[in-house]
Design a binder for this molecule. Sequence first.
Ligand code: ZN
Length: 357
Amino acid sequence: MSSSDRPHLRRRTLLAAAAGALVAPAFAGSPAHAAVPKVYIDPGHGGTDPGAGANGLQEKNLTLAISLQARDILLGYGGVEVRMSRTSDITRSLAYRTDDANAWGANLFVSVHINSGGGTGFESYRYTAPGSGDIALHNALHPRVLAGMRSIGSVTDRGQKSANFHVLRETTMPAVLTENLFIDTLADANLLKRADFITAVARGHAQGIAAYLGLGGTTPPAYSTIVDNATAGRFTASGNWSSSAYSSQRYGTEYRFADPVLASDSAWFKVNIPAAGNYRVDVWYPADPGYNSAAPHVVATASGNQTVHVDQRSGGGAWRSIGTFNLAAGDRDLVGVSRWTSAPGYVIADAVRVTRV
Ligand SMILES: [Zn+2]
C-alpha cells in the first residue's frame, strides 16, 4: 500500500478554527505566530529514490540544489528558521518528511520537484481541500518562482493546481509542492542545466516564502561579475604560469596554465564583493584529457579558505559552479587556482564568475 493511500484524519479540522483569522500577509497577521517563523523545505526524492531522470539529469540532484540555495537565500533575510528533510543525497520516506515537519512545528512546508512525462513549463500544487493558509502560500509562491524562471528563459505557466499528494495531505501546516520544469523535455532540461537558472528558481522560492511570511527587507540586490585572466588589475600569477590560446574552449583570448607542483603558487582572481552574503562561484576553463583531474580552487570565504577540486579533463568551455559560499564584503583575492596537487596534467586558470544568490 502506498503511503498516499493512508486513511487520513488529517489536519483540516485543525486548520478550520484558524482559517478566519488570516490576513495578508497571511503569516504575519496571525498572533499565534509571534515567534520566529519556521520554514520546512523538502527537496524531493534522494538516495535510493532518484526521482525522474533524463537528458543527463536526475531529479533528486536538482531538487537538492534548488532547495539548498533557497534555504541560504531565505536565511539572508534574517528572522526565520529553516529545516530541511535532507541536505545531502540520502533516502527519506514520505512519512518521514511530513512527520518531521509536523513534529518540528513548521509554519509552512514547501516541497521541490522536477516534472516528467513530456510536457513543458512550471506548475505547482496545493491540497485538494485547502485551508486559507495553503491558498495564501500558493498565491505568494507560484508567481515568484515563475518570474524567477522567466528572468532566465522562456517558461510556460501551467498554473496553480491541486492534488491529493501525501506531503500536501499529511502536513499540518500550509503546504505547496512545486514542479520545476520537465526533465525529459530538452528545452526544459537545457534550462535546468544552467547554474543561473537553478539560482533564479531558488530565489523565486525564497521570495515567495518571504512574501507569505511578511519578512522584512527585500531580496539582496542582484550582483554578478566576471574576472578573466586578462582583466586589468584583477588577475595575478607568478611567472610559472604560461599563457595559451591553444584551446577553442577558452574564455576570452587566452588562458593560463602551469605544471602541478607540491607548492601553492596560486593564480588569483580579485573580486570586489559589495556586501556580506551568499555568492555562487562559477569557474570557466578549457578542458583537455591531459589537463588536471583535481585542480585545487581556493575560495576566501568569511570563515576562511575553502578548497574545491575541479576535474579539468572534461566539462570545459562553460560556466561550472564550484559552490555557494558566505563571503565578507571587500575587494580582495577571492578565488585562487593552486598548483598544489599530486594529480598529473596542467592546472588551468581562465575565468571566474561570482553571483549573489
Ligand atoms: Zn518528484
